[in-house]
Design a protein around this ligand. Structure first.
Ligand SMILES: [Zn+2]
Length: 687
């Protein structure tokens, strides 16, 4: 038996089959991809070889059903490239990514296939299809057109070259970033640890030991370590060193420097957009978004930018006073912000943290999902996993209807990409047969010291709920076609279901039950909880500014004509033009901006978080207006019109059906404490 067969075969086991994570050999990944592409090619050939005239079933639905073996192989392959990226896996990735890009282009360039799809799309007016089938035809047809199906053979060939080269650039960008994130700032003397809490010191000690440097402390160059260090360390010199290493990721010169790659990516994207008939990459990307055009996305960003910067200036003034009149440097900002927060709100991250145990909050999320949506989570230890850190839960309704599986991979480790994300190993569908979804949440929390529970910061806890929101969006899907299922919605809409679930972390009912002290099991004292909830708009100026600066630079990079040849200089100029406060740095500087350059996914799309947050804030007020965060009628409407429908309807219509009107921006401004600044912004987000 060939080792790649196990990856190609239909999955077996419970829940309609599960990925055979316990039988994967890295050497089998690449042959499995090649074999699966071959199978998919045969399936498409069967569609185009038909003599029967094209119709919904024999063309569109047949196309939708094709390529399942490739989907299975890729589900496993992507787990290895994103969470188990050893040098061997990275080598495989460098070879496989261009193959996948070439395959995607081969499909779109298949003239016989597109002729049939186009013929079915022409039938739309007179066909008696269901609304979901209608949407499927429209979305598949649109995908082909947007990706070049109508181009001449010469242009298609150039497009394929561009896409394959981009795939290699993305992989190289990502691997450079991963390499820089595995470097560290080494601390060798106890006085270097000044201000750091014991939990963080333990994490740094363990990281040093892992690197064979016992007796020292390693500040690994990733967000989950760097941010708490910058908050806590009272050593200004070390804060500066750690900060410089972190914002310098991908910009260190030498073999891991990303600048040349970025210039090449921007040039290739620009050329591709022109081939596809759009003025710039941003125009092409936003065509199938909820915003629709770069201008509408920019208008929203600009409406929020001014008030956010104004708030940062107030924060800086407060911080200067806190620092005895010293100027505030970007490596001081988080530290001084925390000191001001302690003084103004009497809130100390280190006092809150022991109440935020990962295991308990996870139970809190399950409790939330049961109260809101009637979902029940139960451990499923029999399901195979790819790493001992990963745990799996089965999900069913209170009525006993099986829903799917939830995989959880919580901790940082070498070879795992930074950040947090959700993915679906298999999408829900209810076509020929009922298919249950398998979703996973991935985070990069620092594991607790040996035997101690993993404690989260308030921000980490929000990330936990955010990713679980994506997970619920996948789990609650109730659609016919996998192509339209779960989270496969417009990029600027997909963060709405995730962001709204962050709100339940602030539910006093949930916190009373699940925010319990790691040592004493006491619930968080009511007055601490009160202070915590009152301080939620604290720091929003900084958070919004570091985020929006990144989003604005993203949009400018992808609107530039011609595309910038020197991205470093472009970043400097763009920040000067928008009036970036010197005390704050972009959340993701260009050379480390994986959202933009590790794939096309969030390119000209980083604004999506803000766009979706306008929806989030407005939607959450529906619960407030109903008088309870757990109002059953409102939760049910959210499921009916948002969480269950995937991409089967236009997102603006889904939102309107849920809210009873179009979205309004006021709730977002109130939420971030920017009240009174929303003038003129309403219309940009009102459809
Ligand atoms: Zn998200």
């Amino acid at each position: 038996v060939q080792r790649s067969d196990v990856l190609l075969r239909p999955w077996t086991g419970p829940f309609g089959g599960v990925p055979p994570f316990d039988q994967v050999e890295v050497s089998a990944l690449e042959p499995a991809v090649h074999a699966a592409v071959g199978l998919a090619r045969q399936e498409l050939r069967a569609i185009t070889a038909q003599t029967a005239p094209p119709d919904l079933d024999n063309t569109i639905e047949a196309y939708e059903r094709a390529g399942r073996a490739l989907q299975r192989v890729l589900a496993v392959y992507r787990v290895w490239t994103t969470t188990l990226a050893t040098p061997e896996v990275q080598e495989v990735e460098r070879r496989v990514e261009p193959v996948l890009a070439a395959w995607a282009d081969e499909v779109v360039a298949n003239a016989d296939l597109f002729a049939r799809i186009d013929a079915v799309a022409q039938q739309t007016e007179r066909a008696a299809w269901s609304p979901e089938s209608r949407r499927l035809v429209q979305q598949i047809h649109r995908h082909f057109v947007r990706h070049g199906a109508r181009l001449s053979p010469t242009s298609k060939a150039r497009l394929a070259e561009i896409n394959q080269r981009l795939a290699s650039c993305f992989t190289a960008f990502n691997q450079n970033l991963l390499a820089d994130e595995e470097t560290c700032v080494l601390l060798e003397r106890p006085e270097d640890l000044r201000g750091l809490p014991a939990g963080l010191v333990a994490v740094l000690a363990e990281a040093a030991t892992e690197r064979g440097l016992s007796g020292a402390w390693a500040v690994v160059n990733t967000r989950s370590v760097v941010e708490p260090f910058l908050v806590c360390s009272t050593r200004r010199d070390l804060r500066e060193r750690v900060w410089r290493a972190f914002v310098g990721r991908g910009a260190r010169g030498g073999p891991t420097d990303n600048h040349a790659l970025i210039a090449e990516i921007l040039a290739l994207r620009f050329e591709r957009a022109r081939l596809l008939g759009h003025p710039t990459h941003a125009h092409w990307r936003l065509e199938d978004s909820m915003a629709g055009t770069p201008e509408r996305a920019l208008a929203l960003m600009e409406a929020v930018w001014g008030p956010a910067v104004m708030r940062v200036r107030q924060d800086v003034a407060e911080q200067r006073a806190e620092a005895g009149g010293e100027p505030v440097a970007p490596w001081d900002f988080r530290h001084l912000q925390e000191r001001v927060r302690k003084r103004l709100h009497d809130l100390d991250e280190e006092v809150i943290k022991p109440y935020l145990q990962l295991d308990r909050l996870r139970e809190g999320m399950f409790w939330m999902a049961r109260r809101l949506y009637g979902l029940v989570f139960e451990p499923a230890p029999e399901v195979p996993v790819y790493h001992p850190d990963v745990q799996v839960w089965s999900v069913q309704t209170v009525g006993g209807r099986p829903v799917g599986l939830w995989y959880f991979d919580p901790y940082a480790r070498p070879g795992k990409h930074s950040g947090a994300w959700m993915s679906a190993y298999r999408e829900q569908e209810a076509g020929l047969e009922e298919v249950l979804t398998l979703v996973s949440n991935n985070c990069n929390f620092s594991r607790g010291a040996e035997g101690a529970p993993c404690l989260l910061s308030w921000n980490d806890a929000r990330t936990l709920f955010h990713e679980f929101g994506h997970g619920l969006h996948g789990l609650l899907s109730q659609v016919r076609y996998g192509y339209l299922s779960g989270t496969q919605v417009a990029r600027d809409y997909v963060e709405f279901p995730s962001q709204i679930h962050e709100r339940w972390l602030q539910s006093p009912e949930l916190l009373e039950r699940f925010a319990r002290h790691a040592r004493t099991d006491e619930p968080m004292p009511g007055e601490l909880l009160g202070r915590l909830l009152r301080a939620t708009t604290f720091g929003q100026g900084f958070g919004t500014t570091e985020y929006l600066a990144s989003a604005l630079v993203d949009m400018r990079l992808h609107l530039a004509d011609p595309p910038p040849a020197d991205p470093a200089a472009f970043e400097v100029r763009a920040l000067a033009e928008i009036g970036m406060p010197s005390e704050v740095v972009m959340r993701h500087r260009t050379p480390q901006f994986a959202h933009l350059f590790a794939s096309d996914a969030y390119s000209a799309g980083y604004y999506s978080y803000l766009w979706a947050d306008v929806l989030t804030a407005d939607a959450f007020e529906a619960f407030v207006e109903a008088g309870s965060m757990f109002d059953q009628g409102t939760a049910q409407r959210l499921v009916t019109h948002v969480l269950s429908v995937g991409d089967t309807c236009d997102p603006a219509e889904g939102f309107r059906a849920f809210r009873g009107r179009d979205v309004e921006i006021g709730a977002l401004m109130r939420d971030r404490g920017f009240v009174g600044a929303a003038r003129g912004a309403r219309e940009v987000s009102s459809d």
